[in-house]
Unconditional design. Structure first.
Length: 466
């Protein structure tokens, strides 16, 4: 199955690498630079000379700079290239694809303060357009009225016994019901890790990798689903990411295919490569930011957001996969790039995920928590997020990890699922029926709530003076 979708991605990759070759030599000649200069040095030197080039070459020179700058490691040098591009004054007139590449380059900066400074400068130059919250008009002022509250007990069925299914990827044998393909494998083989201490590895630290693990056992959706797992992304230059996915439970193993590699994170379509088969939802733990970008066949999204978590809806083939929602950049980070060994799972670099899908009428509402560090803070990244589309009677799930130009090792462990969302009896405070135009009396009058049968404005209570 893996060979069916890898060839097209290789072709796109090679075309991208050679895109600027015919014009680069002329640009370097005009800028007085040697073509055999290392790309990281060449990018900084060329960016400083863009304003001196003929006008018809300047935009192309920016493209060359951005491509070469992918090899730069030092934050200060990346910032220098970006500032030289801004100085040209061409920002607002650039094509959107090139703007996206410039913003993506900015997200290569690891220094949080410097990154924010550069993003602001790119915004001022018209290259970056940030997400803004919808404006809903001025807030209407109303008089504050103290209103009695009443305890309302909502009877909710409490399910005392909830079966949790756990999957063991620590050894040499793939758990029953799971299919691994592409670059996916188990590390507990006695060579990478000791038997019983391994992980499910989705990709190696190599370019253009895609590996997936697909659980072929359908899960009932009537009572909701909760998934938990640990993940580790490490060892490379920060790309691309891991996707947790759900597909229609009627999807047979023989017909299942993942999506494209690179920023599509094995979920969406890209170029001539179709997206994931019969997909219901894909949640991308995105190191390089491409999953949030509406480029290469990914519909919707605010643009590149490095170290983020983004959610895309259902799709099949070349249709669907719309961007639903996503986080801003997470300062704690998704991955531990440049690490020489798997992050310590008892320390601050551990990452634990809990995802709950709760049935609400015909839809699922999703909540997602990500714990940063074994003893660290747990952040609720999504709460009650509605997933579009009617929920199938059953769903199947899995993981896919991809790389492209940027790389990382992508691994998953301690995977579990329960087919019932745990609920408890709910006690809420509901306000008594009160008109907002009614002014409160000067002194409080204690009146038992159960005796109030009419709206407050119809009850006249004298104030007793003392």
């Amino acid at each position: 199955m893996f060979e069916d979708f890898s060839g097209a991605e290789d072709e796109v990759f090679e075309q991208s690498d050679k895109k600027l070759e015919p014009i680069a030599e002329e640009i370097f000649k005009n800028a007085g630079l040697k073509t055999d200069t290392p790309p990281d040095e060449r990018s900084e030197l060329l960016s400083a000379e863009i304003g001196e080039l003929p006008i018809e070459m300047q935009v192309q020179a920016i493209e060359v700079c951005v491509q070469d700058a992918a090899e730069i490691v030092e934050d200060s040098k990346i910032a220098s290239v970006l500032r030289n591009i801004i100085k040209t004054g061409l920002g607002r007139g650039l094509e959107q694809d090139l703007k996206d590449e410039i913003v993506k380059l900015a997200y290569e900066i690891d220094d949080g303060d410097l990154l924010e400074t550069m993003l602001q400068e790119l915004e001022d130059a018209g290259i970056l357009v940030r997400k803004v919250k919808e404006y809903r008009g001025p807030v209407q002022e109303t008089k504050h009225v103290e209103t009695p509250t009443v305890k309302v007990e909502k009877p909710v069925e409490v399910i005392e016994e909830v079966e949790v299914i756990e999957y063991d990827f620590s050894g040499e044998i793939v758990p029953e019901g799971w299919e691994l393909d592409g670059s996916a494998k188990l590390t507990g083989d006695g060579e990478i890790d000791e038997v019983g201490e391994g992980w499910l590895r989705l990709s190696e630290n190599e370019k253009r990798e895609l590996g997936y693990a697909f659980n072929n056992e359908p899960l009932e959706t009537e009572n909701g689903l909760t998934f938990k797992f640990d993940f580790a992304s490490w060892g490379g230059k920060g790309g691309e990411g891991i996707t947790f996915f759900l597909v229609d439970g009627k999807t047979e193993l023989e017909e299942f295919k993942p999506g494209a590699a690179g920023g599509s994170l094995g979920y969406t379509a890209r170029g001539k490569t179709e997206g994931m088969s019969n997909a219901y939802v894909g949640i991308g733990f995105d190191e390089n930011g491409g999953f949030s970008n509406s480029k290469e066949g990914r519909p919707g999204g605010p643009g590149y957001i490095r170290d983020s978590v983004a959610v895309r809806g259902g799709g099949d083939g070349f249709e669907g996969y719309e961007y639903i929602d996503g986080t801003e950049r997470l300062r704690e980070g998704i991955d531990q790039r440049k690490a020489t060994e798997r992050p310590d799972q008892t320390g601050e670099d551990a990452r634990h995920v809990s995802i709950t899908f709760k049935p609400v009428e015909d839809n699922f509402h999703m909540s997602l928590e990500l714990q940063f560090g074994a003893e660290g803070e747990t952040k609720e990244l999504f709460s009650d997020l509605e997933i579009p589309g009617e929920v199938p009677e059953t769903l199947k799930f899995g993981f896919v990890g991809t790389t492209w130009g940027a790389t990382n090792i992508h691994e998953v462990s301690n995977v579990s699922v329960q087919e019932t969302v745990e609920v408890e009896a709910v006690v809420e405070e509901a306000p008594a029926e009160v008109s907002m135009e009614t002014e409160a009396p000067a002194e409080k009058i204690e009146t038992p709530v159960e005796t109030v049968e009419a709206p407050v404005e119809t009850v006249e209570a004298p104030v007793e003076k003392t």
